[in-house]
Design a protein around this ligand. Sequence first.
Ligand code: BES
Ligand code: ZN
Length: 502
Amino acid sequence: MSKKFNKFAFSGLIKFFLLLFLICNLAACGEPTTTVLSLAPTNPATTVSGEPTAPPATTLAPATPIALPRPTSAPTIAVPTATSLPAITPAPSGTLAPSVAPTVPATTTQLDFSGDLAMSHVTQLASVIGPRVAGTEAERKAGDYIENHFRQLGLTVSRPAFQVSTSLDKGSQLSFKNSSKQTVEIKGNAFNMSGNGKVNAPLVFANYGRKTDIPVGGLQGRIALVERGEIPFEDKVSNVMQAGAVGIVVYNNLADQPLKGTLGTQATIPALGITKADGAKLRDELLVQTTYPLNLEVNITNQSIDMTNVVGVRPASGVATDSPILILGGHYDSVPDSPGANDNASGTATVMELARVLKDRYPQYELRFIAFAGEEIGLTGSANYVKTLTASEKNRLKAMINIDMITVGDTLLLGGDTSLVRLAQTAALDLGAGNVQVMPAAALGGSDNYSFQQVSIPTLFFNRENDPNYHRFSDSVDKVKPERLALVGRSVMKVIDVLTKS
Ligand code: BES
Ligand code: ZN
């Protein structure tokens, strides 16, 4: 009975909509909406992806959606825009990570690198997810988001895990006696990779902890008080250590935020981060007492944290096992309290968008798209990945292209293997990059290309100079320019184009 009814109702419905369609056309109801496109046979990829097209939720202006090309032949029947029709809900994809918003339409047929699509990845990583500190839930979520994107593209995805030892703070603080002989206690956060233990020594102000900020006479046997900013934490620590300091206290330059920093290298002196307000207390007291003894205690134990790189492989076609390999990579973690938009959602997003545009090209090559974890705590993701490469893989690896901090600063910097740098320079200038300079070899050690250089793999590093927001709270999505993501993306494509022909 129900079958009969359905049949009847169905043919009735068809007639109704045909009528509606005719009336609509006669009455010029308006253009069919772009929903038609998702059903157009010329664009099958969009129908199978099942990816919702809604942009990720964000407080910032969403990236401009790309205009999909209009079909040249009229679709058989325009899907009526009548509101009475049930909405077509895409089938849920099994690969969507539950904890993160869906990615942008990875399966759009646009073949050129899209700055807007890359920008939507930046927004997701740096604004929706936010700071992605190594070993945290946020880093894992970012990894899920990238993994999901790679899967949607049909890449072979893996999340090779590794562990790194970091410090767990069991209660670190300082205390001093003020001019009225009252004891003032201040709780703080030990820097990751700080030295451990207690010191009692006179406190001296050393501005930002730059070499030029060290007071005449040095800091021998003193505890240095410095402000956050201007240079990385590890540089502050190493500068005051070199000047003889036995401890360092860094206060935040941002109000109402604790300071939980990470040092790139292990320090031998206790290093404590405190709030801006507590820093003001210590400085005010220095105005009264010139110097005074401070008790500084850092109490940490080392613990192991877990991270995963995200690797998306597009194998070479055929059965050959000796195909040449190209790696395109960038780190996806950030430092604490920084959204890490330029450093390095910009590079991660560019790798993600390159994966989309390159996945069907250069079939004789194996293409590996890698988002590295834990770069900010010492290039740990890339170092671990390199360790897993076999001798045969190293031989087959023609280039590792690293993308890190590419949208802030007027000069595009290129570093690494001389011939790759030359190719990239030509490509970028052709694309109207304007200022392009070769990076000094000394600057190559600060990012993941370094891990590959160490084992003699030719590398190419894309970067920009002078980001005033480097490792700051202000490294936010609004500083990222989609056209600069596209400039690097397209430069990489040109480099690969030449490379794969030689
Ligand atoms: N993206 C930076 C490296 C960088 C900064 C390159 C500025 C070029 C210009 C990277 O994430 C970073 O901060 N690296 C650390 C070193 C790392 C070993 C912890 C650095 O450069 O201090
Ligand atoms: Zn970086």
